[in-house]
Design a protein around this ligand. Structure first.
Ligand code: HEM
Length: 414
């Protein structure tokens, strides 16, 4: 069966101008969960929906090596990290990440998160009006470093936060935003390489259950320590995305503002509700647009032929808003998660499939717990005002954020 094809020589500019909706709007137009296009001079097959996610995460069909473009590695990911590994090497490296996600370590993370919000809110009472998003990123940076065992001096906080944030902000960017991300990555890798080096030289003694310890002493399948650069890239794969949670916390604050009835329910202290609220924030608001992989060997899916080496994009944003999977997908409704069966393939803001065997985000539990503590804190432990501002968020800019970055004023602790 022929795959519906978008006509024309190259659609990179259209994709850049349509952002998060590029794949979804074509799936709708072709009335098909699969279509073919040309992006960055290459043939790309775009797929979306639950069944599509299921094949995308079939390791026998797809691989990741050589998929991420250099511009993403130079900013967001770094080189030689877990994202680009396949097979046994991937599973071994992934285990390193998943070993940090024990219930004890997650409880420790929740305690750290709550404490950092308490400290921040005490300071905010002195400030009249400020941009919440920037402050949330700083809180996340402190949480990330403390949890990972990375020493962070007070005077470094702004610089390190700005760099980690710039790496995240660069991932869909061209021009100055991309270059800021590259400089930020170079500086951050140097910072973390020095720290890992100090651990190996006995100048730093992190706790054995921290990411710093784990990355510094991890051995590959041949029994060798990671080279310093790769250890730094992997430690940044813990610290950087915790800072990225600041974006979801900001979207969560926006949801509480835009849908005040949800805020009221958060204030009742119902644990199940706040968990559903967190899930709905991750489903509803735009973050990752799509993921890429390459066909490992020729195969046929749903009558369509996939040729070895073809680049395939999985529509993350569109799958989370797929009307076949989500009733009224553009309505913000945390309680929809009462009905959710927990499939690993229909709700994929942080990828799908299995954590240990595949590439699904290693930090999904971390994200959920940090968001939950943070948003519960916002609802129940502080009062604040939201002055008039432009809170619209862009569906073209990747990654997206409210235009005003969410300004708040008159904070008091409760
Ligand atoms: C992978 C999203 C937070 C660590 C991923 C992937 C996505 C994602 C879409 C790719 C999945 C795939 O390739 O199939 C997010 C979002 C986050 C977040 C939206 C929230 C802000 C975190 C956190 C950590 C983390 C907090 C660590 C503490 C990782 C790692 C991978 C990954 C190590 C690579 C996994 C692999 O290749 O096997 N994330 N993530 N992420 N994430 Fe996250």
């Amino acid at each position: 069966m022929a795959i519906p094809r978008e006509k024309g020589l190259d659609h990179t500019l259209t994709m850049l101008s349509e952002g998060y909706n590029y794949i979804g709007s074509r799936r709708k137009r072709f009335a098909s969960d699969i279509f073919q296009t040309r992006l960055m001079g290459k043939k790309v097959i775009c797929i979306g929906g639950k069944e599509a996610a299921e094949i995308f995460y079939d390791e026998g069909k797809f691989k990741r090596k050589g998929v991420a473009p250099n511009r993403v590695k130079e900013t967001l990911f770094g080189k030689k990290g877990v994202q680009g590994l396949d097979g046994a090497a991937h599973k071994h490296r992934k285990q390193l990440f998943m070993s940090l996600m024990t219930p004890e370590r997650l409880n420790n993370l929740k305690d750290i998160t709550e404490k950092q919000w308490e400290i921040a809110v005490a300071n905010w009472q002195e400030m009249k009006k400020f941009i919440f998003f920037h402050e949330a990123e700083k809180i996340m940076c402190r949480i990330a470093c403390q949890w990972a065992g990375v020493p962070l001096f007070a005077k470094e906080l702004d610089r390190r936060t700005n760099d980690l944030a710039a790496m995240i902000d660069a991932f869909g960017a061209v021009g100055p935003r991309h270059w800021r991300g590259r400089t930020a990555r170079n500086r951050s890798e140097q910072w973390i390489r020095n720290i890992v080096d100090q651990v190996r030289n006995g100048q730093q003694h992190p706790n054995v259950d921290t990411a710093l310890y784990a990355m510094a002493w991890h051995r590959d399948l041949n029994g060798n320590l990671l080279d310093l650069q790769t250890a730094a890239v992997e430690l940044l794969n813990i610290v950087r995305p915790i800072v990225a949670i600041g974006r979801y916390v900001t979207f969560g604050a926006l949801a509480m503002h835009d849908f005040p009835e949800t805020n009221e329910k958060l204030k009742t202290g119902n644990d199940a509700y706040s968990r559903m609220f967190v899930q709905e924030v991750r489903r509803y608001y735009p973050f990752g647009p799509f993921l890429g992989a390459k066909v490992r060997d020729d195969f046929t899916w749903d009558g369509h032929h996939f040729k070895k080496g073809t680049l395939v994009f999985l529509d993350i944003y569109g799958t989370n808003h797929d009307p076949d999977l989500w009733k009224e997908p553009y309505t913000f409704d945390p309680e929809r998660f009462k009905e959710w069966k927990g499939s690993p393939f229909d709700f994929i803001p942080q990828g799908g499939g299995d954590y240990n065997m595949g590439h699904r985000c290693a930090g999904e539990w971390v994200t959920i717990e940090v968001m939950k503590v943070s948003l519960e804190f916002l609802a129940n432990r502080m009062d604040y005002k939201v002055p008039k501002q432009d809170l619209r968020y862009d569906m073209v800019r990747i990654p997206s954020l409210p235009k005003s970055r969410f300004m708040i004023s008159d904070v008091t602790a409760k």
